[in-house]
Every structure is written in C-alpha cells, then in structure tokens.
Design a binder for this molecule. Structure first.
Ligand SMILES: *Cc1c(COP(=O)(O)O)cnc(C)c1O
Length: 354
C-alpha cells in the first residue's frame, strides 16, 4: 500500500472526463484532469502541489530547451479484479529516475515526492483509469531544467511533473525490423542507460530512414563495430535460441527496462535457462539459418511484448517463425497481464495498491 501524503491539492472546477470517448483513445493525446508539480531551487525540493493539468509558461531561455537536461519515466496504473487502482512496479521506475537524474547532473527526487505524489495523483484521478480489459492509465513522471540562462552549466532549478493519460489496449502487430549498421542511439560512456529525452532525439532520424525503407523499427547495434545487438527501437530485445532466453546485458548503452527484468525474473522462476550476455548479429543470423532461433521480441511498458516477424541485415531479409507458435513470449505476456490485473497472485511484490 502506498500511503498518500497530503500535498496541497487544487481540484479542477469541472472534470473533462465526460468529454472523453473511452472507446477511442489514441495513445498520449488525452490527459487526465490533474498533474503534480514540484519545484527545485536553492538546493531543495519545494512547492509540491497537485493542480489542474494546464499549460506552464517560461522564458525562451529555459535551459532544458537548449542543453537537454530532461529525463522521464513511463509506467501504468490498472484496475485489479476488484476494480481497485494498482500500479505495476513503481519503485523500480522511481529508482531508475534517480539513476537518470544523476547521469544528467540533475537533483534526485525524494521518494516522498515521487512515490507518494504518484499515489495521491492516481487517487485524485482514479476515475480516469479505464475499466475495459487491456486499457490502462499511462503515467508520465518527468523532470527538466528551468534556469532561464543560456550559459552551459547544470541548471540550478528544475521542475518535476507527473501527469497521466488513459490509453487503450495496445496490441502491437508483429514488426519488421532491420539491424542498424550505420547510426547509433548511444555509445559506451554515454547516456544510453538513462531515460533521457536526448536519447530519443538521437534515435529519430535513423528510425525515420528505416521507416522510409519499409521497416517498422531498427535493432540498434553497438556504436563502435555494429556487431553486437543492443535494443529494438525503444524496447529491450530478447531471443530464444536453442530453448535459451538470451538478451544483451543492460550496462552503459542499454536502458535497463523494468519489463525486461520482469520477463527475465518470470522465465527464471519457470526454470528456463536465461543468459544476459553479448549477442552478436552473426550469432542471431546463424541461429535463424539453422532454425535454432524460435522467438525474437521487444519488451517494454507500452506493448509489454512486441513480436519481431522479419529481420533484415545488409539487404537480406530473414523471416522468423510464426508468432502463434512462440510459446515463451506468448505465455509470459499473459502471465504479466494476469499478475497486473490480479488474476494471478502477486508473489513478488510487484503490484502496488494506491
Ligand atoms: C523505456 C525504455 C525501455 C523499456 O523500459 P520499460 O521499463 O520496460 O518500459 C527500453 N528501451 C528504451 C530505450 C527505453 O527508453
């Protein structure tokens, strides 16, 4: 149970919820009534407040816009079988947020504000958690630099905000991907492990080029040799080869996904062999050619599991096994869904009641 602290709450005069068509929810375009805002200055967090979701104003010199001190998180609230609001592994997001903050030279957000603020915000807007199966309330905590100053140095002031969006069921169609062998989203010593806005900026151009070539996504490879696999777009990537679940280790260049961790944990608990190690493009191609690769998929909060149908490497296209026959990824997808919604017991302390 997340205790709710009593931050100042200014409730909106009239909820917008009546205007929302919950049967047609485009991702990330519909926002709930309230947001939480906290401000950092003089070395401390202050002015924590839940108020109406509304525009904020700032000067054109706002530091985040110029030098990229901006980080975020993404997680979801659901309704369990009893209709109560629950959030999946928010503490893991809280911890990762502060890892990102440190790398970007931003202040850590105290647990009080992140966790209790999140709980209280969800409580205030709990009517916005859709009731339909597969739907969720997407939660977006983020922080950005707010000094109005264009000198290059870490900002001395920041805003931390959480807002939420009701989202529909997200069934990702099996995707066509290519191994990216020219561009990189991150490099050793860089910020790939941080959930920083800048990483997304870096990924857009190569992703757009891939889409113009008819792919849905790229599979990133290491920045120096383009030999080892890193991630699939903005998801972690996993393969089942010879019955072993294989995924690249989440170090410097790879975002340490919470879905990744959940999938690996469940796989280990099921007694499956799991290997977190470097995975080369050559190994995957060889395993496909020898029919030893049975599954390939991305994992992340948005789709949970996104099946990879085809992989292209240097103009050669490889068709992967039928999605319907992919036992592990289909089963783990259902398992995580059942845990989140309370159909199966939460034996690992992953599900937080608000
Ligand atoms: C957010 C993100 C993921 C997935 O992380 P989850 O915690 O599972 O949602 C994977 N890769 C990148 C680059 C990301 O930004």
């Amino acid at each position: 149970m997340l205790e709710t602290l009593n931050f100042e709450v200014e409730k909106i005069v009239k909820s917008k919820i009546e205007e929302v068509d919950f049967t047609n929810l485009p991702f990330g375009k519909v926002f709930s009534d309230h947001m939480l805002v906290a401000e950092y200055s003089d070395g401390e967090w202050k002015n924590v407040k839940i108020g109406p979701y509304q525009p904020i104003s700032f000067e054109p010199s706002l530091a985040a816009l110029h030098y990229g001190q901006a980080i975020f998180e993404g997680l979801k609230a659901y309704r369990n079988q009893q209709g109560e609001p629950v959030v999946f592994r928010p503490e893991a997001n809280f911890e990762r947020f502060n890892i990102s903050a440190k790398r970007m030279c931003m202040p850590e957000v105290p647990e009080e504000i992140f966790m209790k603020g999140l709980a209280q915000l969800i409580d205030v807007d709990k009517n916005w958690i859709p009731k339909e199966e597969g739907f969720a309330l997407y939660i977006r905590p983020f922080m950005f630099a707010t000094d109005e100053f264009i000198g290059v140095r870490p900002s001395q002031t920041y805003k931390f905000i959480i807002f939420t969006c009701p989202v529909g069921a997200y069934y990702s169609q099996p995707v066509k991907v290519k191994f990216e062998t020219e561009y990189s989203r991150s490099c050793e010593g860089g910020i790939g492990f941080a959930k920083a806005a800048a990483n997304y900026g870096a990924s857009m151009y190569p992703t757009q080029l891939a889409q113009q070539q008819g792919f849905d996504q790229v599979i990133w490879t290491d920045a120096s040799e383009h030999e080892y696999i890193e991630e699939s777009g903005v998801m972690n990537v996993m393969f089942v080869i010879d019955g072993v679940l294989v995924t690249p280790p989440a170090k410097d260049t790879i975002l340490k996904g919470i879905t990744r961790d959940s999938v690996l944990t469940v796989a280990r608990d099921w007694g499956m062999n799991v290997e977190e190690r470097k995975v080369s493009v050559a190994e995957v191609i060889k395993a496909i050619e020898e029919n030893r690769l049975t599954e390939a998929f991305g994992v992340g909060t948005a789709a949970v599991v996104s099946q990879i149908a085809e992989i292209t490497y240097k103009d050669k296209k490889y068709i992967l096994p039928e999605v319907a026959g992919r036992d592990f990824s289909n089963k783990v997808y259902r398992e995580l869904d059942d845990i989140k919604t309370g159909k199966k017991a939460d034996t690992r302390g992953w599900v937080f009641k608000v």
